[in-house]
Design a protein around this ligand. Structure first.
Ligand code: AMP
Length: 279
């Protein structure tokens, strides 16, 4: 009989008893960003599962939910071509026989940025991710850095509830002009699409400025000014924070920095971020 006394060994043991299953949770309208996660899963697991579910309980804005693109046939073809083994595409009724009562509280992680502007969002995310974990039983789950705050919330979820799953965070795939790939990009008019790369441009400008020891607040204000000049763009937030805790940083900070941004391009909400080390 074996005896295990540490949680890390217990997790390792549990995972080693199962065949490796990779899960890539998505809301569909797939693009190369999603496929990069599937490819990563395929290279590391016996079985790769992609879930496609536009989770109603993580949307605080009914218009955003109603207009979320649905391209299921195309998604299936893309997944088939990428060699995905299994697609889990449940209906909302299937996932929620009744509205969940459970409430998560992720503390500071859900009171800033996405959490501040999308009340209830991370509670909905945590519930759906937990359900997907229980239903598909992955050994590894793949998430994109594109949704940085989501990765931090899911990390805490896995840690706090002891899910026997390792998380892999994959880099953000971008269009040639720097725009982060997103399912919502298809909703941009040509005029909005042409200005959308401003988000990434400003993120990289701030990063370069910080690396060159310019004052963080000045860099932030300058970027906000540039974006707010655009009449069709409404900046929601631009935050420069510790990449793990999302707490604000000052000029003498050393460590991983996250610069996170969210803005509406007319009624299309886009987010982006970059993470880098500040010596
Ligand atoms: P979504 O369908 O937008 O909920 O995204 C499903 C997963 O794909 C999430 O883990 C996202 O972070 C990830 N993802 C979305 N866009 C990108 C991208 N441009 N590059 C890499 N991963 C992404």
């Amino acid at each position: 009989m074996e005896v295990i006394k540490t949680t890390s060994e217990m997790l390792e043991y549990t995972v080693s008893q199962r065949r490796s299953v990779g899960l890539v949770p998505t809301m569909g309208a797939l693009h190369e960003g999603h496929l990069s996660l599937i490819r990563q899963s395929k290279s590391e697991n016996v079985l790769s599962v992609c879930s496609i579910f536009v989770n109603p309980i993580q949307f605080n804005n009914p218009n955003d939910f109603a207009k979320y693109p649905n391209t299921l046939d195309n998604d299936m073809a893309m997944l088939e071509n990428t060699g995905c083994d299994l697609v889990f595409a449940p209906s909302a009724k299937e996932m929620y026989q009744s509205l969940p009562l459970l409430k998560f509280d992720f503390g500071h992680l859900e009171t800033v940025m996405e959490g501040a502007f999308r009340p209830g969002h991370f509670n909905g995310v945590a519930i759906v991710v937990s359900k997907l974990f229980h239903l598909t039983r992955p050994t590894v789950a793949y998430f994109g850095q594109k949704d940085l705050q989501q990765t931090l919330v899911v990390k805490r979820l896995v840690e706090d509830l002891g899910f026997p799953i390792s998380l892999k965070i994959c880099p953000t795939m971008r269009e040639k002009d720097g725009l982060a790939m997103s399912s919502r990009n298809v909703r941009l008019t040509p005029a909005l699409r042409s200005i959308a790369p401003i988000l990434y441009q400003q993120l990289t400008l701030i990063r370069d400025g910080i690396q060159n020891r310019f004052a963080i607040l000045d860099l932030k204000n300058k970027a906000m000014e540039v974006i707010e000049q655009l009449p069709t763009v409404k900046l929601e937030y631009l935050e420069i924070a510790d990449a793990a805790s999302l707490l604000p940083i000052n000029d003498s900070y050393t460590g991983d920095v996250a610069i996170c941004i969210a803005a509406y391009f007319d009624d299309v909400r886009l987010i982006d971020n970059i993470v880098f080390y500040k010596p």
